[in-house]
Design a binder for this molecule. Structure first.
Ligand SMILES: [Zn+2]
Length: 322
């Protein structure tokens, strides 16, 4: 099933037109409202009218995690704080705080993206969904609650430190869909076997894992013990959570939500944009976020893009591990 048929199966030529239109709007917005981006564009001798679409993005410098740290807390906000509906904060090291702000419209967008990705992974209105990510992952994964509910599935916001109790939760509540760490799912399978419960007989049908934490071997092991392969999803740690990209049932790469994020692949050292199919670092530009649009954000993820047709019917480009 496809949640948003119109967007997810949009002809690629039409998607390119949409992306170029949105890029122009985003650049106008950040030039006018963001001191950092205005300064950066002036340093490059650029005005908004010099960015006529996605092909001109290359003229602009990258945004890095360090830029977010340096502009704590509101330096990248393109509106008064009164227009912000939700603020997400994280810090990895002392004095390395990051603040990401969202408007109500941004939150609605995340609900939509979560719905698309969960449905692509097999969630439907009969599913019982449990989120077992870390508290940081949960905070960053905006829209999980509302996405699950929008689909009409049942959300179980419950967890336990006991693996034995977790097995019982899955059995007792009939949990069919779960977001969890891959290594935890393998540990849980061992606990199930110790309890003389066969993991493949648990009601789990859709196991969502963060692609950054999932190795090829873990994927095979999860498939072996649970009888269902893990569905890989992608979000940028502590900035944009689950909702950027996710696998469909074909399991041949993660469809990027291109109407909201424009992807580029660059050479990690030179920064040069690489052609379709070449391996490099993923760079994302947010096309629809209102409160804090980020231009050419370097994700640090190494992958390649594939824009060939997918058997699921979605036309959204796919990111694949090398
Ligand atoms: Zn697909």
């Amino acid at each position: 099933m496809i949640w948003n048929q119109q967007v997810e199966t949009l002809p690629r030529a039409d998607m390119a037109v949409w992306q170029s239109y949105k890029i122009e709007k985003v650049i106008e917005r950040v030039y006018e409202k963001s001191a950092l981006y205005k300064k950066r564009m002036e340093e490059c001798g650029l005005l908004p009218e010099n960015i006529g679409g996605v092909n001109d993005l290359v003229k602009l410098p990258f945004t890095t995690r360090q830029d977010l740290v340096a502009n704590y807390p509101y330096g990248l906000l393109t509106m008064p704080v009164s227009g912000v509906a939700y603020i997400h904060t994280t810090h990895e090291a002392e004095s390395e705080h990051i603040v990401i702000s969202y408007t109500r419209t941004d939150m609605t967008m995340w609900t939509e993206l979560i719905s698309r990705i969960l449905v692509a992974g097999g969630v439907n209105m009969t599913s019982v969904f449990q989120f077992l990510g870390s508290p940081e992952e949960y905070k960053a994964s905006l829209g999980i609650n509302s996405g699950v509910q929008q689909i009409g599935a049942t959300l179980l916001p419950m967890s336990t430190d006991s693996q034995m109790d977790q097995i019982h939760l899955i059995e007792d509540f009939g949990i069919t869909s779960i977001f969890s760490n891959a290594s935890y799912m393998l540990t849980l399978a061992q606990e199930a076997q110790r309890m003389e419960c066969k993991p493949e007989e648990l009601p789990l049908q859709n196991i969502f894992c963060d692609t950054k934490d999932l190795t090829g071997n873990q994927s095979k092991e999860i498939k072996q013990v649970y009888g269902t392969r893990p569905i890989e999803v992608y979000g940028v740690n502590d900035i944009w959570g689950m909702g950027i990209a996710g696998e469909c049932h074909c399991g041949d790469g993660l469809h990027i939500q291109e109407d909201c994020f424009y992807p580029e692949i660059i050479h990690p050292t030179s920064g040069q944009v690489l052609p379709m199919g070449e391996v490099g670092e993923l760079v994302l530009t947010s096309l629809t976020l209102e409160a804090m649009p980020l231009i050419r954000y370097r994700t640090g993820i190494i992958c390649f893009l594939d824009d060939s047709p997918c058997n699921c019917g979605r036309t959204l480009i796919r990111m694949k591990k090398k």
